[in-house]
Ligand binder design. Structure first.
Ligand SMILES: CC(C)(COP(=O)(O)OP(=O)(O)OC[C@H]1O[C@@H](n2cnc3c(N)ncnc32)[C@H](O)[C@@H]1OP(=O)(O)O)[C@@H](O)C(=O)NCCC(=O)NCCS
Length: 181
Protein backbone atom coordinates (compact mmCIF):
# COMPACT_ATOMS: atom_id res chain seq x y z
CA UNK A 1 0.00 0.00 0.00
CA UNK A 2 1.32 3.42 -0.85
CA UNK A 3 0.51 6.42 1.30
CA UNK A 4 1.37 10.08 1.16
CA UNK A 5 0.79 12.94 3.57
CA UNK A 6 1.26 16.55 2.55
CA UNK A 7 1.22 19.07 5.39
CA UNK A 8 1.17 22.82 5.07
CA UNK A 9 4.96 23.29 5.32
CA UNK A 10 5.75 21.49 2.04
CA UNK A 11 7.02 18.13 3.27
CA UNK A 12 5.49 15.02 1.75
CA UNK A 13 6.18 11.56 3.14
CA UNK A 14 5.53 8.73 0.71
CA UNK A 15 6.57 5.18 0.00
CA UNK A 16 9.74 4.97 -2.09
CA UNK A 17 9.68 3.85 -5.72
CA UNK A 18 12.57 2.25 -7.64
CA UNK A 19 13.41 5.59 -9.27
CA UNK A 20 14.25 7.10 -5.87
CA UNK A 21 17.49 5.09 -5.56
CA UNK A 22 19.73 7.92 -6.85
CA UNK A 23 18.36 10.48 -4.41
CA UNK A 24 18.35 8.03 -1.50
CA UNK A 25 22.00 7.22 -2.26
CA UNK A 26 22.89 10.90 -2.50
CA UNK A 27 21.17 11.74 0.81
CA UNK A 28 22.78 8.83 2.62
CA UNK A 29 26.24 9.68 1.30
CA UNK A 30 25.88 13.34 2.28
CA UNK A 31 24.54 12.48 5.74
CA UNK A 32 27.36 10.01 6.39
CA UNK A 33 30.01 12.56 5.40
CA UNK A 34 28.68 15.13 7.87
CA UNK A 35 27.32 12.98 10.71
CA UNK A 36 30.24 10.56 10.88
CA UNK A 37 33.07 13.04 10.36
CA UNK A 38 35.25 12.68 13.45
CA UNK A 39 33.43 9.48 14.45
CA UNK A 40 34.61 7.17 11.66
CA UNK A 41 38.18 7.06 10.27
CA UNK A 42 38.66 9.91 7.75
CA UNK A 43 40.18 7.64 5.08
CA UNK A 44 37.27 5.22 5.36
CA UNK A 45 34.73 8.05 4.93
CA UNK A 46 36.68 9.58 2.04
CA UNK A 47 36.67 6.23 0.25
CA UNK A 48 32.87 5.99 0.22
CA UNK A 49 31.30 6.98 -3.09
CA UNK A 50 27.84 8.25 -3.97
CA UNK A 51 27.69 5.47 -6.58
CA UNK A 52 28.23 2.83 -3.90
CA UNK A 53 25.36 4.22 -1.84
CA UNK A 54 23.13 4.39 -4.93
CA UNK A 55 23.88 0.74 -5.64
CA UNK A 56 22.95 -0.20 -2.04
CA UNK A 57 19.75 1.84 -2.35
CA UNK A 58 18.83 0.00 -5.57
CA UNK A 59 19.38 -3.33 -3.84
CA UNK A 60 17.39 -2.26 -0.79
CA UNK A 61 14.44 -1.17 -2.95
CA UNK A 62 14.58 -4.33 -5.08
CA UNK A 63 14.73 -6.66 -2.05
CA UNK A 64 12.30 -4.89 0.24
CA UNK A 65 9.28 -7.12 -0.39
CA UNK A 66 11.27 -10.29 0.22
CA UNK A 67 12.69 -8.77 3.40
CA UNK A 68 9.29 -7.40 4.48
CA UNK A 69 10.75 -3.91 4.58
CA UNK A 70 9.05 -0.57 4.00
CA UNK A 71 11.07 2.36 2.66
CA UNK A 72 9.66 5.86 3.02
CA UNK A 73 11.03 9.07 1.53
CA UNK A 74 10.53 12.68 2.57
CA UNK A 75 10.12 15.08 -0.31
CA UNK A 76 10.81 18.72 0.36
CA UNK A 77 9.75 21.03 -2.45
CA UNK A 78 9.40 17.93 -4.65
CA UNK A 79 12.97 16.74 -4.01
CA UNK A 80 13.73 13.55 -2.07
CA UNK A 81 15.60 14.90 0.96
CA UNK A 82 15.38 12.06 3.47
CA UNK A 83 14.42 8.45 3.84
CA UNK A 84 13.73 5.81 6.46
CA UNK A 85 13.46 2.05 6.26
CA UNK A 86 11.77 -0.38 8.64
CA UNK A 87 11.13 -4.11 8.75
CA UNK A 88 11.31 -7.10 11.02
CA UNK A 89 14.13 -7.09 13.58
CA UNK A 90 17.24 -8.79 12.23
CA UNK A 91 18.44 -9.66 15.73
CA UNK A 92 18.62 -13.30 16.78
CA UNK A 93 17.09 -12.59 20.20
CA UNK A 94 13.98 -10.87 18.77
CA UNK A 95 10.57 -12.52 19.13
CA UNK A 96 9.36 -13.23 15.58
CA UNK A 97 6.52 -10.96 14.48
CA UNK A 98 6.63 -8.83 17.62
CA UNK A 99 9.79 -6.75 17.22
CA UNK A 100 10.30 -4.42 14.27
CA UNK A 101 13.47 -2.51 13.42
CA UNK A 102 14.17 1.01 12.29
CA UNK A 103 16.95 0.02 9.88
CA UNK A 104 17.92 3.47 8.69
CA UNK A 105 16.89 7.11 8.89
CA UNK A 106 18.77 9.85 7.06
CA UNK A 107 18.02 13.46 6.18
CA UNK A 108 20.02 15.73 3.85
CA UNK A 109 22.39 17.66 6.19
CA UNK A 110 21.47 20.95 4.46
CA UNK A 111 18.05 20.73 6.11
CA UNK A 112 18.68 19.16 9.51
CA UNK A 113 16.78 20.44 12.54
CA UNK A 114 13.65 21.37 10.59
CA UNK A 115 11.55 18.48 11.88
CA UNK A 116 11.90 16.27 8.80
CA UNK A 117 13.61 13.41 10.64
CA UNK A 118 10.84 13.47 13.24
CA UNK A 119 8.17 13.31 10.56
CA UNK A 120 9.92 10.43 8.83
CA UNK A 121 10.38 8.57 12.08
CA UNK A 122 6.72 8.96 13.05
CA UNK A 123 5.57 7.66 9.66
CA UNK A 124 8.02 4.74 9.74
CA UNK A 125 7.01 3.67 13.25
CA UNK A 126 3.35 3.93 12.26
CA UNK A 127 4.02 1.46 9.47
CA UNK A 128 5.59 -0.96 11.96
CA UNK A 129 2.61 -0.55 14.31
CA UNK A 130 0.18 -1.17 11.46
CA UNK A 131 2.11 -4.33 10.55
CA UNK A 132 1.42 -5.65 14.07
CA UNK A 133 4.77 -5.10 15.77
CA UNK A 134 4.60 -4.25 19.49
CA UNK A 135 8.05 -2.77 19.91
CA UNK A 136 10.95 -1.59 17.81
CA UNK A 137 14.73 -1.60 18.02
CA UNK A 138 17.53 0.19 16.19
CA UNK A 139 21.32 0.21 16.23
CA UNK A 140 23.21 3.47 16.63
CA UNK A 141 26.92 4.19 16.95
CA UNK A 142 27.60 4.62 20.66
CA UNK A 143 29.58 7.82 19.97
CA UNK A 144 26.84 9.30 17.77
CA UNK A 145 25.48 11.59 20.47
CA UNK A 146 23.47 13.72 18.02
CA UNK A 147 21.42 10.77 16.81
CA UNK A 148 21.10 9.44 20.33
CA UNK A 149 19.61 12.78 21.37
CA UNK A 150 17.24 12.63 18.40
CA UNK A 151 16.05 9.15 19.43
CA UNK A 152 15.95 9.70 23.18
CA UNK A 153 13.51 12.58 22.91
CA UNK A 154 10.96 10.20 21.40
CA UNK A 155 11.27 7.49 24.02
CA UNK A 156 14.03 5.26 22.67
CA UNK A 157 16.30 3.83 25.38
CA UNK A 158 19.44 1.69 25.36
CA UNK A 159 18.32 -1.89 26.11
CA UNK A 160 21.75 -3.31 26.92
CA UNK A 161 22.37 -4.72 23.42
CA UNK A 162 25.83 -4.02 22.02
CA UNK A 163 27.48 -4.82 18.74
CA UNK A 164 30.32 -3.65 16.52
CA UNK A 165 30.38 -1.79 13.21
CA UNK A 166 33.39 -2.26 10.96
CA UNK A 167 34.49 1.09 9.56
CA UNK A 168 37.66 0.34 7.64
CA UNK A 169 40.38 -0.62 10.08
CA UNK A 170 38.31 0.27 13.16
CA UNK A 171 35.44 -1.51 14.87
CA UNK A 172 33.09 1.02 16.43
CA UNK A 173 30.72 0.18 19.28
CA UNK A 174 27.05 0.10 18.40
CA UNK A 175 24.29 0.42 20.98
CA UNK A 176 20.82 -1.02 20.61
CA UNK A 177 17.84 1.19 21.40
CA UNK A 178 14.31 -0.05 22.01
CA UNK A 179 10.89 1.51 22.42
CA UNK A 180 7.29 0.42 22.59
CA UNK A 181 5.10 1.07 19.58
C1 LIG B 1 19.23 11.96 12.95
C2 LIG B 1 18.55 12.75 11.83
C3 LIG B 1 17.76 11.77 10.95
C4 LIG B 1 17.61 13.78 12.44
O1 LIG B 1 16.94 14.47 11.37
P1 LIG B 1 16.41 15.98 11.56
O2 LIG B 1 15.46 16.27 10.46
O3 LIG B 1 17.56 16.90 11.73
O4 LIG B 1 15.64 15.84 12.96
P2 LIG B 1 14.55 16.82 13.60
O5 LIG B 1 14.68 18.20 13.04
O6 LIG B 1 13.22 16.18 13.49
O7 LIG B 1 15.04 16.84 15.12
C5 LIG B 1 14.13 16.65 16.18
C6 LIG B 1 14.84 16.82 17.49
O8 LIG B 1 15.85 15.80 17.67
C7 LIG B 1 16.94 16.36 18.41
N1 LIG B 1 18.11 16.47 17.55
C8 LIG B 1 18.18 16.34 16.21
N2 LIG B 1 19.44 16.49 15.76
C9 LIG B 1 20.19 16.75 16.86
C10 LIG B 1 21.56 17.03 17.06
N3 LIG B 1 22.43 17.10 16.04
N4 LIG B 1 22.00 17.25 18.32
C11 LIG B 1 21.15 17.21 19.36
N5 LIG B 1 19.82 16.95 19.24
C12 LIG B 1 19.35 16.72 18.00
C13 LIG B 1 16.50 17.78 18.81
O9 LIG B 1 15.80 17.65 20.05
C14 LIG B 1 15.54 18.13 17.68
O10 LIG B 1 14.60 19.12 18.04
P3 LIG B 1 15.03 20.70 17.93
O11 LIG B 1 15.68 20.90 16.59
O12 LIG B 1 13.71 21.40 18.07
O13 LIG B 1 15.97 20.93 19.07
C15 LIG B 1 19.60 13.52 10.98
O14 LIG B 1 20.36 14.31 11.85
C16 LIG B 1 20.53 12.63 10.21
O15 LIG B 1 20.27 12.28 9.05
N6 LIG B 1 21.67 12.29 10.83
C17 LIG B 1 22.68 11.51 10.20
C18 LIG B 1 22.33 10.09 10.08
C19 LIG B 1 22.18 9.37 11.36
O16 LIG B 1 22.98 9.51 12.27
N7 LIG B 1 21.12 8.54 11.34
C20 LIG B 1 20.90 7.64 12.39
C21 LIG B 1 21.70 6.44 12.14
S1 LIG B 1 21.42 5.28 13.45
Amino acid sequence: MSSSTRPAHGIAIREAVAGDAEEIGRVRHAAWQVAYSGLMPADYLAGLSVDGFVLSARRMLADRAARRMVVLVAEVGGVVSGFASVGPSRDEDAAEGSVGELNAIYVDPAIWRLGIGSRLQEAALRRLREAGYHEATLWVLAINSASRAFYERTGWRHDGGVSGFEAGAEVLDETRYRRAL
